[in-house]
Design a protein around this ligand. Structure first.
Ligand code: HEM
Length: 488
């Protein structure tokens, strides 16, 4: 259980001193100030650079500030300060303009909306993501995963597989079935994973330019709208990004039109969206479409990454993996997983949670201060962007002793008694916490248990895995693994 992942991304560049958790301790240190020149050149040369660039510099600093162009940034890492921003003074910290690119792609939906419209829609949609509704989606998910497992069963024992592609296909299918009771395979094509990877890379590249130039909101919004437009063609490389957006839009449009023409009584999320209403009426058709696209996009890529990192860390930690396989065998006894089994898969769930600690699929969130404020004794001015690098929070040795070690027992029931709530944020926190977290956890545990019944995945010897920060944290060159059949 103690093997250290080989990727250098897990070696924290900062000496935090010691490895003992002291949850209530605050470091009485002044704010760290980074020069504009240093941070600008980091972004120019290396992008956001989680290993050796701008983001890496922030690790280990409870409060840092810097400026790029006209834009002023602060980053916070202490859970008390994160609590301040995400919970106690959350009204002062709406999402920052960095979510603008996503608005171009996702449209105006929960993920990209702001108050008061956000509050109204979140209130309408929250009940639909309660456990009983999400649980009802399990049968829609399981069938897809069993089908996928059969494909793996038909491969020769010891076949090489590329996990990012496989998990992307699989979570896209699960999203298609649980959102729309439909397969998306017909809409996308064999190059889906590559298209999405490229779309994310180009999107991140574009947002890096915006980050440096810092145009007014209306201008960036207009550019992203053009990127996303179906009518205005754009030159390479933007046309690739546009293609991804078009495919997704087209699929969602078609599915929605079909559902409106032929209503069904499926418990899928689309029907839940069509049902919701408050005193001001139901969701508009545009909003229904945007929410559906947003659930699909925010849901499947994050879950695919979570799964990839889990398989990777399990391969590096065979003791933890064996304990997980024993648990799955003993709980399921060779049966198909049911809702009653899920709470019994405690070690499996803990492996997933520990994996999202080490490699959080969403690695950073940002907010913008509306009014002047003080965070942890440090003044923050209206208009400043507050960055929370989730990955750094998850590797802070004050709260996570020996943070580079994969140790799922951190997440067994009772183990987190002394941990501050904002020391673990794979799904964010406060009022903007991920609405799909129950869905994602259910899907990931079911998927892990179902695939592990028949296979274990080992790393191809010599294959180096490196993490890349696009909007999500993904394996840069994919993860080459060997699918070995299990004899039960
Ligand atoms: C492992 C999988 C997932 C991870 C790691 C994840 C992570 C996150 C994070 C960190 C946020 C907060 C962003 C912020 O505060 O700026 C978020 C928000 C959100 N997520 Fe997820 N997510 C996952 C799966 C899903 C799924 C399956 C769905 C939908 C079915 C979903 C839908 C959303 C939506 C709509 C929001 C915006 C909520 C709001 O602002 O009201 N996510 N997610």
């Amino acid at each position: 259980m103690s093997a250290e992942p080989t990727t250098k991304s897990l070696v924290c560049p900062v000496d935090h001193g010691g490895g003992t958790a002291q949850p209530t301790e605050r470091r009485a240190v002044p704010a760290t100030r980074f020069s504009t020149r240093t941070m600008t050149s980091e972004v120019l040369r290396r992008g956001f650079g989680r290993e050796d660039g701008m983001v890496a510099r922030l690790e280990g600093h409870d409060f840092a500030r810097w400026r790029i162009g006209q834009r002023r940034w602060v980053s916070i890492q202490h859970p008390d300060d994160i609590d301040h921003v995400l919970h106690k003074h959350r009204e002062n910290y709406p999402k920052s303009p960095d979510y603008e690119p996503l608005r171009g792609v996702l449209g105006l939906s929960l993920f990209t909306d702001d108050d008061p419209s956000w509050s109204r829609h979140r209130k309408m949609l929250n009940p639909k993501f309660q456990k009983r509704h999400v649980d009802a989606l399990l049968p829609l998910m399981v069938g897809t995963v069993l089908e996928f497992r059969e494909t793996l069963d038909n491969l020769p024992d010891g076949s090489e597989v590329e996990m990012v592609g496989l998990m992307t296909d699989l979570t896209l299918e699960v999203a298609g079935h649980s959102l729309f009771s439909q397969s998306f395979r017909g809409y996308f094509g064999d190059d889906t994973a590559e298209l999405i990877t490229e779309g994310l890379r180009k999107g991140t590249w574009l947002s890096r330019i915006f980050f440096l130039v810092d145009p007014p909101r209306w201008m960036s919004s207009a550019v992203w709208k053009v990127m996303h437009s179906r009518k205005i063609p754009t030159p390479p490389p933007f046309n690739r990004f546009q293609k991804v957006a078009r495919v997704i839009d087209g699929a969602a449009d078609k599915v929605l039109r079909e559902r409106l023409a032929h209503p069904s009584d499926s418990p899928d999320l689309l029907n839940l969206l069509l049902e919701v209403a408050d005193d001001d009426g139901p969701l508009t058709p545009d909003r229904t479409r945007a929410e559906a696209i947003s659930f699909m996009l925010t849901g499947y890529e994050t879950t695919a990454n979570a799964m990839c990192w889990l398989w990777y860390l399990l391969a590096l930690n065979p003791d933890a993996r064996q304990r997980m396989l024993d648990e799955i065998d003993s709980v399921l006894q060779g049966r198909v997983v049911t809702l009653e089994d899920v709470p019994k898969l405690q070690w499996t769930t803990a492996c997933l949670e520990e994996s999202m600690r080490i490699f959080p699929p969403v690695w950073m969130i940002t907010r913008e201060a509306v009014e002047d404020d003080v965070i942890g004794g440090h003044p923050v001015k209206a208009g400043e962007t507050v960055a929370i690098v989730i990955e750094h929070v998850h590797r802070d040795p004050r709260f996570w002793p020996d943070p580079g070690r994969f140790d799922p027992s951190r997440f067994l029931p009772g183990a987190d008694r002394d941990r501050p709530r904002s020391s673990y944020l794979p799904f964010g926190g406060g009022k903007r916490i991920c609405i799909g977290r129950n869905f994602a956890l259910l899907e990931a545990v079911m998927l892990t248990a179902t695939l592990s019944q028949n296979h274990v995945f080992d790393l191809v010897p010599g294959h180096q895995v490196e993490a890349e920060t696009t909007f999500t944290l993904r394996p840069r060159q994919g993860i080459q693994m060997i699918a070995r059949r299990r004899d039960q």
